[in-house]
Design a protein around this ligand. Structure first.
Ligand code: SF4
Ligand code: SF4
Length: 594
């Protein structure tokens, strides 16, 4: 069928790949060949059809003039479909003359019974032959593609992807649902450095990148904006965005005068609810864009009461209560999804008392407690020992943030005993748990243990672990933390008990000494699993992307197409795809914009 006009299957051939035993160990290829040959088809098999020798076999049979339609029985077409299409097109055959039967994922790997797998392989191949009976040649058409890209999610993964795209000349829209970019990394305070065996300021790495995004001539930053709908196909997507009103115009100079006079306090999500902020606020002091926003659910004026104190205090006239929601439509050629993660809801493990005992917290919450711009200005305190304080982030500067303060703002004792519990919700087959390892939490626990030991050497820290997972050079950091005197107990604690003075006891079987231990603690820190953020779940549904069983967005092939989503033209990076630490997620951001 070199011109695509010949009907019928008299010159159809079937090529079956053994896939190095992946197919041939489950499917009896001899029976398949014999059966199809008996029906008059030419049938060939080869160890690896995707190899150059395998492709040469296909080309040879077509070039000899005996074959004008081809069925290939191999792995999924999403893996080598393009390669086989190219292979037959190089012989002059139209690509309409190719069908691929998935004998691996849809047959060999799912049917342990050899006879059943062989029967199914035959059915799949015959069905593909049937499809080739009457075919029309397919023509290549040229379409204009939109030369701009949408990146969804303004955490470190999305920021890196957007900057790389823009630096390579691609006009890029970066959409963030929050009022500022920065994501979870803005909250974590410090990042560990396995080569320097030290902890560095996360904001000092993140903040310059955030500012670069805001200043980049090829990046359009849309914060307070969510993706509502996507239509079209690779090269030509139409995206509908909903931009919420900030009620503050871009001429805001972030002086904070409005916030100081605002009479309404609300829980500060950025600080995990440990402190309050005002109804008009910045998400955090280094927010980008550095423009205040009003929470419409809390603002008196926007709820119909008379207030307007912020507007009176604002000397630049930036307050604008008349702002309305905007719908924005974009035409983009590709989409990068970087919608990130959230911490597992550790209250699903009631034996640890989270949400019941005040001094049980998560690693992310501990990061805020230790953050110099956090509720205790970096001072380590039991949660039961600090009361909520109003925050006005505007006066804070990078320098003041990074300085280690020795002034103790509270007249209470520093916690002397901290127990960290690893794998809460990770590597957990029980109800509500996740089977996977979250990859970041062993290192997060080590980082916090190291930070606390350096600042409070007398504080005793015990990490209860199943296995400490410190891969590659992270092992050096693990060893360095061990040398600071942190205790390690191998075992998953059974429960946490609270005493009347709010101190805690962790009951655990030390599986090395095979002894039950009761470890007293002033604070218990749970290393919560990493789970897909609500934004990741929403975007997977809006864009109709495949997800894995835990809700992370699935790549097309973990080795060959590690950042391609199930739909052409859509890519995924960072923790929207799977649990990762900062270093690993940056690799995927780089890959997604290539
Ligand atoms: S007073 Fe006006 S300029 Fe100052 S932070 Fe508030 S809105 Fe911005
Ligand atoms: S109008 Fe709203 S945001 Fe402004 S001061 Fe009053 S309550 Fe606060």
């Amino acid at each position: 069928m070199t011109d695509g006009t010949t009907d019928g299957l008299n010159k159809a051939a079937v090529f079956i790949c053994h896939c190095s035993g992946n197919i041939s160990e489950h499917v009896d290829i001899n029976i398949v060949k014999k059966t199809l040959k008996a029906e008059g088809f030419s049938v060939y098999d080869y160890e690896y059809l995707c190899s150059s020798q395998g492709q040469a076999l296909i080309k040879k049979k077509i070039s000899e003039g005996h074959v004008d339609r081809v069925v290939i029985g191999s792995c999924t077409p999403s893996k080598h479909g393009t390669l086989f299409k190219k292979c037959i097109q190089e012989t002059g055959l139209n690509r309409a003359g190719l069908e691929i039967a998935n004998l691996r994922e849809q047959c060999a790997w799912v049917h342990p019974d050899r006879a059943g797998a062989t029967e199914k392989a035959l059915s799949l191949l015959k069905a593909k032959l049937k499809r080739l009976e009457n075919i029309e040649p397919l023509e290549d058409i040229k379409v204009d593609i939109a030369q701009q890209v949408l990146v969804i999610g303004g955490g470190i993964a999305g920021i890196t992807a957007a900057l790389n795209l823009a630096d390579n000349g691609v006009p890029t829209f970066l959409v963030e649902k929050d009022s500022s970019i920065g994501g979870q990394m803005a909250k974590i305070g410090k990042i560990f450095s396995p080569d320097k065996l030290a902890e560095e300021c996360a904001m000092c790495s993140l903040s310059p990148l955030m500012n670069e995004v805001a200043a980049h001539p090829r990046i359009t930053l849309l914060t307070w904006t969510e993706v509502e709908k996507l239509s079209g196909s690779a090269g030509n997507f139409t995206v509908k965005l909903k931009k919420k009103p900030r009620y503050v115009k871009d001429n805001c100079i972030a002086c904070g005068k409005c916030s100081r006079v605002c009479p309404v306090s609300v829980e500060d999500e950025f600080n995990c609810g440990y402190m309050d902020k005002k109804a008009i606020s910045l998400r955090f002091s280094q927010s980008v864009p550095k423009v205040y926003f009003i929470d419409p659910d809390s603002c008196l004026q926007l709820k119909g009461e008379n207030c307007g104190k912020c507007a009176e205090a604002c000397k630049t006239g930036a307050i604008d209560f008349s702002q309305k929601e905007e719908i924005i439509e974009l035409n983009v050629g590709a989409v990068v999804v970087a919608t990130g993660f959230e911490e597992y809801d550790v209250s699903q493990k009631p034996q640890y008392g989270y949400g019941i005992f005040e001094n049980v917290l998560t690693q992310m919450e501990l990061a805020r407690v230790l953050g110099i711009n956090g509720p205790t200005k970096g001072e380590l305190l039991r949660i039961s020992d600090f009361s909520k304080a109003s925050s006005d982030p505007a006066p804070s500067t990078c320098d003041s943030r990074c300085e280690s303060s020795s002034d103790h703002p509270f007249e209470v004792e520093t916690p002397e005993r901290i127990v960290m519990i690893q794998c809460v919700g990770s590597r957990d087959e029980k109800e509500g748990g996740n089977r996977y390892c979250s990859r970041y939490c062993c290192m997060a626990a080590l980082k916090h243990a190291s930070l606390i030991k350096k600042r409070y050497p007398k504080t005793e820290i015990t990490i209860c672990y199943i296995d400490m997972r410190a891969f590659g050079f992270y092992e050096n950091y693990y060893r360095a933390v061990q040398e600071t005197g942190v205790n390690f107990v191998r075992g998953r604690p059974a429960e946490v008990i609270e005493k009347p003075d709010k101190s805690l006891v962790v009951r655990v079987e030390d599986t090395l000494s095979q002894k039950i231990k009761e470890i007293p603690a002033d604070m218990v820190v749970l290393s919560a699993a990493m789970v897909p953020s609500p934004g990741t779940k929403k975007i997977a549904s809006v864009l109709n992307l495949s997800q894995d069983e835990s809700g992370f967005i699935k790549e097309r092939h973990s080795k060959l197409k590690p950042v391609d989503c199930s739909l052409d033209g859509i890519f995924v990076c960072g923790t929207a795809q799977s649990p990762k630490d900062v270093t690993c997620l940056l690799y995927t951001s780089d890959a997604a914009d290539e």
